[in-house]
Ligand binder design. Structure first.
Ligand code: PGA
Length: 247
């Protein structure tokens, strides 16, 4: 039985002071939820939020990392550094990083492998644009993105990966996928994982849905058989996230 995982992606919101104030305002009502709950916060807010969350079962995650341990990469943060800080999760290949920072399926794979080597649990994002959906190539695209992301990742490590299916047309638009659309896509991802590994491994990997998840849509989405929780943007910055974490 897969444990659900609900991650809030704060994106470039909440510097240290606001982050601590917000975490303190919602932690008590989220602590003890049936799901794993993760706040993916800006790098500069990681330590203050970790301190604020001490004594709760809420975890933190970073939103990106570099695939080298160290070196001449001005402005970058490595997985090794995150691991040293005690950060358990990291989002890899969010569509905004693919779109604005030229991340590719190949860099997503390099980052996912490095995250695992550092002992971090990667939340690997995949998803189609509206035009790809309209052309009917969503499943082909998800299969390719998943195959490349998981290249050279062992069966044991694969089970530590969380895959986030995030249709790009649903992110920040208020246009949430229907339960059936989201389930169909997550099921296709589980199918390709079973082809790469085996059914037992595919059944152990958690697959989230992300894209305009709200307190109203969360329950229906998370009840679908192949959806193991959500990656939540906008609604994770509000008290609505308490309702979503408990959905
Ligand atoms: P959204 O963002 O919930 O605001 O659509 C989701 C995401 O980008 O992970």
């Amino acid at each position: 039985m897969r444990k659900k995982i609900i991650a809030g992606n704060w994106k470039m919101n909440n510097g240290p002071k606001e982050a601590v104030a917000f975490a303190n305002s919602i932690k008590d009502s989220i602590n003890g939820a049936d799901a794993d709950v993760v706040f993916c916060v800006p790098f500069v807010s990681l330590i203050p939020v970790m301190e604020a969350l001490q004594g709760t079962d809420i975890a933190v995650g970073a939103q990106n990392m570099h695939f080298e341990d160290s070196g001449a990469y001005t402005g970058e943060i490595s997985g090794k550094m995150l691991a040293e800080m005690g950060v358990p999760y990291v989002i890899i290949g969010h569509s905004e990083r693919r779109q604005y920072f030229n991340e590719t399926n190949e860099t997503v794979n390099l980052k996912a492998k490095k995250a695992l080597a550092c002992g971090l649990k990667p939340i690997v994002c995949i998803g189609e644009t509206l035009s790809e959906r309209e052309q009917g190539i969503t499943v082909d695209l998800l299969r390719l993105q998943t195959r490349i992301a998981m290249l050279d990742i062992s069966k044991e490590d694969a089970q530590k990966v969380v895959v986030a299916y995030e249709p790009i047309w649903a992110i920040g638009t208020g246009k949430v996928a229907t339960n059936e659309q989201a389930e169909e896509a997550c099921k296709a991802v589980r199918q390709v994982l079973s082809e790469i590994y085996d059914q037992a491994t595919a059944d152990a990997i958690r697959i989230q849905y992300g894209g305009s998840v709200s307190k109203d849509s969360a329950k229906g989405l998370f009840a679908m058989p192949n959806i193991d929780g959500g990656l939540v943007g906008g609604a994770s910055l509000k008290s609505d996230f308490e309702v979503i974490a408990r959905a």
